[in-house]
Design a protein around this ligand. Structure first.
Ligand SMILES: Nc1ncnc2c1ncn2[C@@H]1O[C@H](COP(=O)(O)OP(=O)(O)OP(=O)(O)O)[C@@H](O)[C@H]1O
Length: 165
């Protein structure tokens, strides 16, 4: 009898712990000032140059269509990549959608709002560049896995530098 009781109580507790962790991850992905972000979108979209506008349109279409895709943005320094990525994040986040921003280094992570290192967020192995088929150390049932499933876009800044860290 006591074991039945303990099973009956233990299950909801573990689910609720998972839900709490999920909600914490979710909130950290959504915890932005919506009004401020929406205003920055209204102000900055009209400033985009033709090339930035094309990348913005392509990225937002991919997000809205939900078909997935892998896009690389490569341009010389100072040409507005960070400006553009910030705008993409600011467009998606006020909709209560999750946009994850990660970077290959701590310094690069300071450039985008809510950005963390890819190693921390995606639980990358530190020696992943030496492994033939590297995987993220995130279990299927974890809160982070649920967040990633719900994520609309993952932006990885300075990805070409990832092998150095
Ligand atoms: N369309 C734009 N309208 C107004 N300012 C812009 C625009 N695009 C970029 N900028 C400004 O130009 C400067 C350089 O842009 P940004 O930092 O985004 O370049 P970057 O390509 O990310 O540079 P780096 O590769 O060195 O990190 C920033 O001050 C940014 O705010």
């Amino acid at each position: 009898m006591s074991s039945i009781k303990s099973k009956a109580w233990s299950r909801p507790r573990s689910n609720s712990r998972l839900n709490d962790a999920f909600n914490r991850e979710l909130e950290s992905g959504r915890d932005y000032y919506r009004h401020e972000l929406s205003q920055s979108v209204q102000t900055n979209v009209p400033l985009l140059n033709p090339q930035q506008r094309e990348v913005y349109g392509t990225s937002m279409k991919a997000v809205d269509d939900g078909k997935g895709g892998l896009f690389f943005l490569y341009d010389p320094g100072g040409t507005g990549k960070t400006f553009l990525m910030s705008l993409i994040l600011a467009t998606i986040r006020p909709r209560s959608d999750i946009a994850v921003a990660v970077a290959s280094s701590v310094i690069a992570a300071t450039l985008l709002k809510g950005c963390r290192t890819a190693h921390t967020t995606l639980k990358l192995l530190f020696n992943f560049q030496t492994i033939k088929q590297p995987t993220c150390n995130i279990s299927k049932n974890s809160a982070m896995a649920k967040v990633l499933i719900a994520t609309k876009i993952i932006i990885l800044d300075e990805c070409t530098m990832a092998h150095m860290f």
